[in-house]
Design a protein around this ligand. Structure first.
Ligand code: ZN
Length: 339
């Protein structure tokens, strides 16, 4: 349709019509995401999270994906909000902002309850009251309302913003307790850098944690792994890697590895562990059997037995693979179903 031939009235009316359709489609998208999330379908096709699926498979920008996921959770918890989105009184960004604030409020209530402190959980009506306040409000107005309702949470609103291809700006509010800890840590590093900037200090702290917690670095220390091998897992080298369809890796399935006899030792030998991490290039090896798409997540990686130890699988190299936590759980669940 060539819009140039429409009268002004027709153009204005037509715009309202397509915007209404856009909102209906948005609710439809949220329903689809809800169902995919419920079935954890993203795991089966090689994504470690719904967010990874939305950004990589559906092509949403990171913030758009986040807004849709938050809004999906909001309508899952409070189905009454659906009509508010459809009618346009609640914008996607306001609904997402409120949902993420409510989530953080719940997390802090859980933390308080764990410490036997008084925690306040919000009921459905209370949550609906919060959302109702954001109707027909701009983003700035909505932020101000949420800051008033949840002053403690608004204070710790962190901001992570990419400022160029090399750098990211991180803003957060630190408590006096944290500042004291930073000052103390500075004194530990004074021989290395007597007056570090906050970014330098955090990088030194990160190096220290990685040296002690990164399984590759640990294995390297214990086996005195040659430096060339260690480079396989060098994060800076891997940083440019994008999840890809990998066809050079053999599909890792349960069947090809028959029982080797029940393992007496619970622990996988350090040398084998480091071999698994190196071969996997420190990325999740889960493959979608249909498309051969590899997950490649670097989040919470664990070594998984293709043929579970409980069913007689061994610690032999060919029975091991590196999976992210989400795929490890999926695999364990399916192994139990098959077992
Ligand atoms: Zn994975």
């Amino acid at each position: 349709m060539n819009l140039k031939f429409l009268s002004n009235d027709e153009l204005l009316l037509g715009t309202k019509k397509v915007v209404a359709q856009e909102r209906e489609i948005l609710v439809e998208v949220l329903h689809h995401l809800k169902e995919i999330d419920g079935r954890q379908l993203y795991l089966k096709i090689g994504y470690s999270s719904l967010w990874a699926y939305c950004t990589e498979e559906l092509g949403y920008a990171e913030s758009s994906a986040q807004r849709r996921i938050e809004a999906m959770r909001a309508i899952r918890d409070l189905p009454k909000l659906e009509e508010k989105i459809e009618s346009g009184v609640l914008s996607l960004s306001n609904i997402a902002k409120a949902q993420s604030t409510l989530r953080r409020h719940r997390q802090s209530a859980v933390a308080l309850a764990k410490n036997n402190e008084k925690a306040q959980y919000l009921g459905e009506n209370e949550k609906l009251r919060i959302f109702a306040q954001l109707e027909n409000k701009s983003q700035i107005e909505a932020e101000a309302i949420l800051a008033c309702e949840f002053p403690e949470i608004a204070k710790v609103n962190e901001r992570i913003r990419k400022i160029n291809s090399e750098e990211t700006e991180i803003r957060y509010v630190a408590s006096n307790r944290l500042i004291d800890k930073f000052e103390k840590i500075k004194s530990f590093f004074s021989h290395q850098n007597p007056n570090p900037t906050q970014a330098e200090l955090e990088e030194m702290m990160a190096d220290l944690v990685i040296a002690h917690k990164d399984p590759t670095a640990k294995a390297q220390r214990q086996t005195k792994m040659p430096r060339e091998n260690a480079k396989a897992c060098d994060k800076s080298k891997l940083a440019e890697d994008k999840p890809t369809k990998e066809t050079n890796l053999p599909p890792l399935e349960r069947q090809p590895f028959p029982p080797h006899g029940r393992e007496k030792n619970r622990y996988i030998p350090v040398r084998t562990r480091s071999q698994v991490w190196r071969d996997a290039e420190c990325r999740c090896e889960f493959l979608d059997p249909k498309t051969q798409r590899r997950c490649n997540s670097r989040h919470k990686l664990e070594i998984d037995h293709a043929y579970p130890v409980a069913f007689g699988g061994s610690h032999a190299r060919e029975n091991l693979r590196l999976y992210c936590r989400a795929h490890n759980v999926l695999d364990a669940r399916e192994a139990t179903l098959m077992g």
